[in-house]
Design a protein around this ligand. Structure first.
Ligand SMILES: [Zn+2]
Ligand SMILES: [Zn+2]
Length: 111
């Protein structure tokens, strides 16, 4: 598995500031500063940093939500897909109907 550590490289040559919102980073919040590829091609990593832009995770998210290629945060979409959508039960309406007719029978006060 070959992985270019462009983030380290980018942090070496670029100022630790979000290009969008201007927030600056150091030490422990530096992990929120991410490398964005201006051409959205993470394989394009010129050593002079001309394809890189440092963005905080929020601005980066914003930037990518427009393009729908958020592969820089791989856990996000898989998490969303895992959440079960099975809260809808086709029998719910059926049971409701049965309950209604049941009550009508036991009461016996039908007009
Ligand atoms: Zn930002
Ligand atoms: Zn990006």
């Amino acid at each position: 598995m070959k992985k270019i550590d462009y983030r380290n490289q980018a942090l070496k040559i670029l100022p630790w500031v979000c290009t969008k919102c201007g927030r600056d980073f150091s030490g422990k919040n530096l992990r929120e500063l991410t490398v964005h590829h201006k051409d959205h091609n993470s394989a394009n990593n010129p050593p002079d940093g001309s394809n890189w832009e440092l963005l905080c995770i929020y601005c980066h998210d914003n930037e990518h939500s427009r393009h729908m290629d958020a592969q820089w945060l791989p856990t996000r979409d898989t998490d969303r897909e895992k959440t079960p959508l099975s809260t809808h039960t086709p029998f719910a309406d059926l049971l409701k109907g049965l309950g209604g007719s049941d009550r009508k029978g036991e009461g016996g006060t039908e007009d």
